[in-house]
Design a protein around this ligand. Structure first.
Ligand code: ATP
Ligand code: MG
Length: 284
């Protein structure tokens, strides 16, 4: 893997906390000439991780974001109708899309939230992934230059209402799973990503509150470090009142089991968390 940057240099260039092993895994896949699917719950850090790796490689790359209205023509590229009318299907009438560009350049195609892409778009990727080529009507065959790879992210099936990836597509990816980071790493993420400099006590209280949402039987889907970042910024504005900040930050970010009442759950979490360590932010 000598042509690739080290995990430490990627982390420090992009302010990434932890994730050394996951960065090494992604780099190992690329070095082996494979495509990578990074999967993990909402807000776990998929986009920020892949973005950091892709930008650090010193290679051409394109990023596209999953969207139900994204089209095959956008992915591949298209002919300019007036030029075609005047001169026919000449190569210069074709404006390449991100797939053709990265194939030609031996670049990286970063597809964020792949499972939100329509099935037609997903299918276009198949031949480029294992046969290293793409047939484009009226243009011909595009062969992949050395180094071409796809890195995609997505939420695992249980987290999304959007479509599952077809088995054929999954079969062409290696899989890197991201789990929530430990408490100290999440505190460090909050420290560097907040805008309003919360105290270490506020930071830890917010992280603990968010972490408590992940293993409460009344909560189907808990909150991510993204919620802790927002909550800590709010707590600073609210004079250190972490519970009031939680009331603002958590309702949009957790999913309750049926028949559960959010205010009850939040005050219960507050009690649990405020008794869990030596913290002294204001809990009202
Ligand atoms: N290891 C990390 N180091 C630094 N910041 C991080 C790390 N992990 C997550 N973050 C921060 O947490 C927030 C959420 O990360 P990100 O947007 O990458 O999550 P995601 O998994 O892509 O979320 P989604 O599923 O909603 O797309 C961002 O503000 C990001 O900067
Ligand atoms: Mg993301």
């Amino acid at each position: 893997m000598t042509d690739f940057p080290s995990a430490a240099s990627i982390r420090s260039a992009h302010g990434l906390v932890g994730r050394t092993r996951e960065i090494q895994d992604i780099i190992a896949c690329l070095a082996a000439g494979r495509h990578v699917l990074v999967e993990g719950p909402v807000g776990v850090g998929k986009t920020v991780l892949v973005q950091a790796v892709v930008r650090s490689l010193g290679r051409p790359f394109s990023r596209i974001d999953g969207d139900g209205r994204y089209t095959e023509a956008k992915l591949v590229g298209s002919f300019d109708p007036p030029t075609v009318l005047a001169k026919g299907y000449i190569p210069t009438a074709f404006t390449p899309g991100p797939l053709v560009r990265t194939l030609r350049d031996g670049g990286i195609l970063f597809i964020n939230e792949l499972n939100r892409m329509p099935e037609g778009v997903q299918n276009v990727l198949l031949p480029s992934m294992d046969e290293q080529r793409l047939e484009v009507t009226n243009l011909g065959t595009i062969h992949a230059s050395r180094g071409f790879a796809i890195i995609a992210t997505q939420n695992p099936r249980e987290f999304v209402a959007t479509g599952d990836l077809a088995e054929a597509l999954l079969d062409r990816f290696e899989h890197v799973r991201l789990d929530y980071q430990d408490e100290d790493e999440e505190c460090e993420i909050v420290r560097i990503r907040t805008m309003h400099h919360p105290s270490p006590e506020i930071t830890r209280a917010c992280v603990r509150m968010v972490r408590a949402t992940r293993n409460d039987p009344r909560i189907r889907r808990g909150a991510s470090v993204r919620a802790a970042i927002a909550m800590a910024d709010l707590a600073v504005q609210l004079d250190g009142d972490v519970h009031r900040a939680a009331n603002l930050s958590l309702p949009t970010r957790i999913e309750l089991m049926e028949d559960r009442d959010l205010p009850d759950i939040l005050s219960n979490l507050k009690k649990k968390v405020s008794g869990s360590g030596p913290l002294s932010p204001r809990w009202t």
